[in-house]
Design a protein around this ligand. Structure first.
Ligand SMILES: Cc1cc2nc3c(=O)[nH]c(=O)nc-3n(C[C@H](O)[C@H](O)[C@H](O)COP(=O)(O)OP(=O)(O)OC[C@H]3O[C@@H](n4cnc5c(N)ncnc54)[C@H](O)[C@@H]3O)c2cc1C
Length: 422
């Protein structure tokens, strides 16, 4: 099987299961799976969709149905489809969905929360979920609909668990999702200096929720601002926000028809190298509130870590949240960091088979995490690391006080640990 993530693709798996049917359910019910856990591949963009010696359930082969219902503006999405396919289908109906910075990601993007450059005004991807279909780790199938105010505790608790922690409990086969009107966007992308980045970050903490800042720092710093084109003055508004930091021509503000046309923030550095060496990487996403007065100091610390990074493809990047997410209660999700304004993610990279390079890069990632931890204490579990020594820490930081209840549910729905450990 060919997987977009090079580390997963280069692993020697026990085998691939390519159907979600009664034989898979029987396998789970009769606990016949060895070794545990079964890994699940949707978009295949993370390292934990396939690993040496493990079985992978490749949903890309079987869960490929997508049905848009124009009367309700909802879409049913099979778990084997990517965000690019979702946006392509919705485009036919002038509808959209808050996808992230890459169309390559699959259902893991939605199940882990799904932070879009438009999340500050449209919410997270998981906010749009109306119905969840899947199979528990026990092999039983289920359907849950978004609970209303009068729903009982059982429904609310299960919904919360599935919205943000589903991969620990179940295999999700399809989702019913709310769609949004296709929204034209303005974006600006440019290389910036360290000083400009620092000013952009502190300014953007006061930006309206129709705008967001993304940035990525490797051999250079790329900044990337997005603003919803909601009225005639949107272009001027974005231009003004950027001009408070640096002089730009208005032509640098580019109009596009929607998220499906967003260019890449980074040229996929985490996975591909200009030369033909396969680059392996691990990524950790963290979450934190506004950086405020700490901004300059944080940037200075990151600057020295960047200078000493062990591989050119090691990067530190960030997405902006806040706005919509702050105003709306996230009580009903396992995505617990309600006050997050920034989601930095740290990419540790090394060349395939470079054991020493891997150790150094992972250590560098941990150093960056430690440096940012005071300001970004949360974890966004967009990537899982059961195979690394910080897994317990990331689980605790991701789920906080909700973790014991999640673990209770795990003991009911995946008592034999056939799915990833919690
Ligand atoms: C280029 C790039 C850009 C990204 N941009 C963003 C962004 O803007 N915002 C953001 O929030 N994240 C972003 N991410 C992170 C990405 O959304 C997560 O890593 C996500 O988990 C990837 O999902 P996947 O289906 O593509 O990957 P996979 O590797 O197939 O799956 C990831 C994990 O989710 C679990 N999983 C997947 N599908 C199912 C299922 N149907 N049932 C149960 N478990 C399942 C698997 O166990 C696996 O461990 C980005 C990642 C990349 C590579």
């Amino acid at each position: 099987m060919s997987i977009p993530n090079y580390l997963a693709d280069d692993s020697e798996i026990a085998g691939a299961i390519t159907r979600v049917d009664e034989s898979l359910q029987r396998l789970l019910k009769e606990k016949q799976l060895e070794p545990k856990p079964l890994l699940v591949c949707s978009g295949g963009t993370s390292t934990r969709c396939a690993a040496d010696g493990h079985w992978t359930l490749d949903l890309r082969k079987c869960c490929k149905e997508i049905i848009f219902q124009p009367n309700e503006n909802v879409v049913e999405l099979g778990a084997g489809l990517t965000m690019k396919v979702l946006l392509g289908e919705l485009l036919k109906y002038k509808r959209s969905f808050p996808t992230g910075l890459s169309g390559e990601t699959g259902m893991g993007y939605i199940l882990s929360g799904g932070i879009s450059p438009l999340s500050r005004c449209q919410g997270l991807a998981i906010d749009q979920t109306l119905e969840i279909n899947g199979i528990w780790g026990t092999g039983e199938s289920f359907t849950f609909s978004k609970p209303n105010q009068s729903a009982d505790l059982f429904e609310k608790k299960h919904w919360k668990a599935l919205c943000g922690a589903a991969p620990f409990l179940a295999i999700i086969t399809s989702l019913k999702l709310k769609t949004l009107p296709l929204q034209p966007i303005y974006f600006w992308k440019s290389k910036v200096t360290q000083k400009e980045l620092s000013k952009l970050i502190s300014d953007s903490e006061k930006w309206p929720s129709s705008a967001s800042l993304q940035w990525s720092w490797g051999s250079e710093i790329t900044a990337y601002a997005v603003m919803v084109n909601s009225n005639n003055s949107s272009k001027d508004s974005l231009s003004r926000l950027i001009k408070s930091v640096r002089a730009i021509d208005d032509e640098e503000i580019i109009p596009i028809n929607g998220l499906h046309m967003l260019p890449n923030l980074i040229s996929e550095v985490s996975n591909k190298s200009k030369i033909s060496i396969r680059i392996h990487s691990e990524v950790l996403g963290i979450l934190g509130p506004e950086w405020g007065d700490y901004c300059e100091d944080i940037i200075k610390s990151l600057s020295s870590l960047i200078k000493n990074r062990p591989h050119p493809n090691c990067t530190i990047s960030s997405q902006q949240l806040g706005g919509f997410n702050e105003q709306n209660s996230l009580e009903s999700f396992s995505f617990i960091d309600k006050n997050a304004m920034w989601k930095p993610w740290i990419t540790a990279s090394w060349e395939k088979n470079d054991v020493k390079g891997r150790v150094e890069s992972i250590k560098w990632l941990k150093d960056v995490w430690e440096t940012l931890e005071a300001n970004c204490p949360g974890v966004h579990l967009a990537q899982m690391h059961q195979h690394l020594d910080w897994h317990q820490k990331e689980i605790k930081s991701a789920f906080g006080e909700w973790l014991p209840e999640l673990q209770d549910l795990k003991s009911i729905y995946d008592p034999n640990g056939l799915l990833p450990a919690l």
